[in-house]
Each structure stands twice: as C-alpha cells, then as structure tokens.
Design a protein around this ligand. Structure first.
Ligand code: NAD
Ligand code: ZN
Length: 247
C-alpha cells in the first residue's frame, strides 16, 4: 500500500516534469472499459487463435469467420467508454506533458477520450471502420454487416472490387510504415516513455521503449503482469491501471 502510494507519487512527479512524453498503450488500458485483452487468463486467445492475414486473404471461409467474430465482439463491447486511464492520458496530452499517444489498440477509445487525431498514432489500425485491401477506400461497418447478414458473404470494395477488411493490422500483415516512423521519431525525442497495459511481446512495437530509453528517456512500465522489459524500467508499477489513475 505505502509502496504503491510512493510509486504513484513518483509517477506523478515524472509526468509533471515531462515536456515530450510518449504514452504507449496496449490492450490493458481498455480492459477497465470492458474490452478483453489477448493474453490475460480468460483473454481472447484462450478462446480463439487470431486469424492470420494470409488466411484472411486466401480463404473466403476465413473471411466469413473473421467477420462473424468481429461482429460478435462489437456487439459484446458496444457502448464501451473511456475509463480513468484513458482520461488521464488525454489530460497529459492537453497539458503539454505528452507529445503523442502511441497505441496498439484498435478500439478508438483514445480518440473518444479527447486525444486529438494528430497526437494519436494507431500502430495496429482502427477497428471502428473497414477498408479495401487494394485501394484503401473506407467502408462503414454497418454497410458491411448489412450485406454480410443478407447474403452470408462480406461485400467486395464498391470502388475497385478488392477485399474489404476491418481497418486493423493482422498477424502477417505489413505495419503502417508512416505510423511506425512517426512513433520511432517521437520515441527518440521523448523525455519520458510510459508503457501502460502492454505485455510488450508484439514486435516491432515493443522495440519502441528500448529505443526511447537508449536515447535518454526515463522508462515507466505500468502493467498487471511482468514484462520482459521490467528490468530496464526506471519506475515499475505492478497493478490495475484504473486504480493507478482512478477514479
Ligand atoms: P496483450 O493482451 O498482449 O497485453 C495486455 C497486458 O495488459 C497484459 O500484460 C495484462 O497483464 C495487462 N493488463 C490487462 N488489464 C490490465 C489493467 N486493468 N491494468 C493493468 N494492466 C492490465 O495486449 P497488447 O500487448 O496490447 O497486444 C495485443 C494486440 O492485441 C495488440 O496489438 C492489439 O492490436 C490487439 N488488441 C487490441 C484490443 C483493444 O483495442 N482494446 C484488445 C485486444 C487485443
Ligand atoms: Zn478498393
């Protein structure tokens, strides 16, 4: 308890002294909003192995399965709202402490909590809409779902006939180059690098804290479970983010 309070005070002091912090978030910031993560016990991976990009690309049956899961998940998490951690992060940006929020999440909750689009780097895309894999034309999920439910198949791109996929990055799919480069540049210029709710096992995203630290940033890791980078953290908080930043 006492130790926790001391660490939260230390975190507070680091943030108040920061001018170019990078806040790096994973699924753990959103579990407090009722969106399950992948790797925790009871997380999504204990139920379903994720569908790789190649499988989605090459198999109609996999595309059907991917869309079925997507709509089921969306129904289960409809109405999810930002929690205390999202709100604190948005405040760091507003107050000029943090330069950007770099997220692995696809749930749109950082934007919903008021982080401006130009301060938000979504490394794994955004699950609140769909896009054509060939021409990138945006498709709304409601349109995709209407076609899927009427015909049993997802629609092809209305512009070029290409495959339409949730605008997220699957395993085996190329990372968005420009987002990755912006995140790397921000990490190199950061005075503070805050890892919040990420198991730090997905590369290349997990390389960012190392790059930041090497370039001189203080590294803070706040996560419920240990991560491989814990030994390099200047401050380590092992706990629930909603409690750390709450209420
Ligand atoms: P992860 O599931 O690998 O790790 C999440 C980490 O957060 C775990 O180590 C867990 O211990 C911790 N955690 C969970 N709830 C917490 C809480 N309340 N307080 C503190 N820590 C908590 O997630 P990841 O590292 O982000 O990578 C998995 C990939 O899955 C991401 O790349 C993302 O694209 C995708 N994903 C996104 C969402 C989302 O958008 N909300 C949800 C699930 C998965
Ligand atoms: Zn297209």
């Amino acid at each position: 308890r006492k130790d926790d309070d001391r660490k939260i005070a230390a975190l507070d002091a680091l943030i108040r002294g920061a001018r170019s912090a990078v806040v790096f978030t994973g699924a753990g910031v959103s579990t407090g909003s009722g969106i399950p993560d992948f790797r925790s016990p009871g997380g999504l991976w204990s139920k379903n192995r994720p569908i790789d990009f190649d499988d989605f690309y090459s198999s109609l049956e996999m595309r059907r399965e991917a869309w079925r899961r997507k709509f089921t998940m969306d129904d289960a998490t409809r109405g999810a709202a930002p929690n205390a951690a999202h709100r604190a992060i948005a405040r760091f940006v507003r107050e000029g402490r943090a330069s950007v929020v770099v997220t692995q999440n696809i749930d749109g909750l950082h934007e919903a909590s008021g982080v401006p689009r130009d301060r938000l780097i979504e490394l794994h895309g955004n699950g609140t809409y769909a896009a054509c894999l060939d021409c990138r034309a945006r498709h709304e999920l409601t349109e995709v779902r209407a076609v899927f439910e009427a015909s049993g198949d997802p629609p092809d791109c209305r512009v070029c006939g290409g495959l339409v996929k949730s605008a997220t990055i699957s395993f085996g799919q190329a990372m968005p180059v420009e987002a990755m480069m912006r995140a790397e540049a921000a990490a190199r210029e950061a005075d503070l690098f805050l890892v919040l709710g990420s198991s730090l096992v997905v590369y290349p995203a997990a390389a960012l804290p190392v790059a930041a630290k090497r370039a001189g940033a203080a590294l803070v890791i706040a996560n419920r479970e240990p991560t491989d980078l814990d030994p390099y953290a200047d401050l380590l908080l092992r706990g629930d983010l909603v409690e750390i930043f709450g209420p």
